[in-house]
Structure formats: structure tokens, C-alpha cells
Design a protein around this ligand. Sequence first.
Ligand code: ZN
Ligand code: ZN
Length: 352
Amino acid sequence: MNTARDFIKKLNLNGLDGFIVSSPSNLFYLTQFSNPDAFALVSSYGLTYFTDPRYAQSCKEKFKGLFSVKIISGTLFSSIAKACLESGLKRVGFEERHLPYAEYKKIKEYLKGKTLLVPTYAVIEGLREVKGPKEIIKIKKALEITASAVGFIKDFIRPGIKEIEVAAELERFIRYQGAKSSAFDIIVGSGSNSAYPHHFPTSKKLVDNSNLLIDLGVEYLGYKSDLTRVFFLGKINRLYRRIYALVAKAQDIAIKKIRPGVRAGVIDAASRKYIESKGYGKNFVHCLGHGVGLDIHEMPNISGKSQEILKEGMVFTVEPGIYLPGKFGVRIEDMVLVTKRGCEVLSGAINK
Ligand code: ZN
Ligand code: ZN
């Protein structure tokens, strides 16, 4: 696998001769196989995959000739340590955000001081930031399903329907369309509930002359989508119209600044400055966006503090919002792909 080979090359750069992968998303990235109960040891000898007998058959089929697979019925940790010692590895990296302390302690104990475990931060995540053509196809497919879900729900929503019914219908619909599931708990907030950026759907009923915010993502072959659309039932009032226009403009300003070489913080600042200039700075309570791929929130982080430099092939959200507690909230969220000279709004065709 190319990704695994690329990663092996990276190890030396980090002063390591081995690396224990324990994050399911990172493991999927290297092996193209989804398994929540697996580890991999990567070194110049290749990738050794450790899992338990439940996955024996599927691993055998999937990894034929690609990786060495060790099926462990007892503890995985002694087997990982044994493999490190047998290969004579001296400095083995582990993912500090993904290896629980208890598991780290066990592996360390089995290594008996002969191999050093070195904490690392976001090594594989860094590789995942720039998407390859095959990954982009999957993200686009996830967005296609999201788009049809938005079209479907537009005809479904009417006064009297509950927020939880909207969420349930969306979940059912996307699964029928081939998505594995939603990428996160679907957010459906009506009226004042939409002022909570991450509202959890309740049995509140939609009413006439009020708004509805839906934040939806799906998972398709491991890859995620993330999209927010707002709807209005009945006659749109002036304040809502004004806030919607501000958020749409703030998003547009940000999107126009996206291109390779720009610092991510600049994109957030451009959007935020505009909202601040209109007097709603304190109502834009979150950062502008985040990378999306195998995880719903991944690198790059599009926040004011972010020092990351945008690169061609990055995929992230642009989602400014204004939340007026007790009244309503408006967020417009789209996904963009950084291109050679600017960006492509991947979800641009989805009804706004
Ligand atoms: Zn979202
Ligand atoms: Zn998002």
C-alpha cells in the first residue's frame, strides 16, 4: 500500500525505527480496513497487523501478501512488545492521543527497558491532511448522499413535525442511499434551539414562521461529509433575513481567500472580522472550520490561532455562524477542496 510505504519512509525523519499505530482512523488510512480492535507495528521490516480471532478471516482476505498479520487470542500488548524486541527496535513511537495510559504501561513492562517508547503527536494525521484522488472521490460521494438527504428533508419538514422525527428520517434516508451511518449525531434545532450550535434533537415540534437548522454528515467507505443548512417555515422576518445575509457574506469572504500558501488563521480572521464589524462578534462562538476525512474533525484546524499553511488537496469546512440566544441561530457550512489557485466548494450545488 502506498500510504503504508510513505509512512515507513517518514519514520526515520522522526528519529524512530518503529511505530505503534493504535488510532482506528490511522490504521484504516494505512491498511484500508476498518477494525476498532487492532494495532499495527510499522518498521523498515514492513507493517505487522495485530488483531483478535474475530477478524482473522477478513484480514486474511484483505491483506493477502500486503501485510503480516498476527491473530492473538490473549493480550495484544505482549505480542506487540515481543515483535519490537525480535526486530531489535530501539526507539518506537506511539500515538500519545490514542494509546490509553494503561495500555502504554503494559507494552512498556513487556519491553523490559530494551526498547524506548517515544510519544508522538499527529504524525499520520499530518499525512492525512492532503487528500489523494481516491479519497476525494469518496468524500464527494458522501456529499452526494448528503445533498439528496437535504432535498428529501425539504419536502418532509412542516409545522407539527418533531425535531427527533426529522433526525430519524434523515438517518433512515442516508442508510438507504448507501451511507454506513451518519458521521455524527445529526443536529436538528428549531427556533430558539438553533441558537445552541450543537443542539441535540428533542421532541419539540416545528412551528410556522420559524427556522430550522440541520447539521448533517454521512460516512461513506470510511470518509465523512459535514454540511449545515438552514430552512424557514412560513414568512421570513427581517432580523432572520439580515442575520442570514451576514453569515452568507462572511462565508463568501472566507471562501474567496482560500488558496495554497495562505495561513489557515487568516481565513478564520477574515470571516470573523466581517461579523464583528456588523456587531455580532460575540455571537460567533466557534472557529470557522475543520478538516474532514476519515474523522469528522481532523487537520487542518481553521481557527484564528492556526498557523497551518493551506496546501492543495486539503479538504475542510467553512462554517461561520451567528447565534442569538432565545431567538435563533444561523450557520452555513460547506466543504471545500483546496485547488492549485483557489478552492472548489464541494457542496456548492447543495441547495442553500
Ligand atoms: Zn457540521
Ligand atoms: Zn463542521
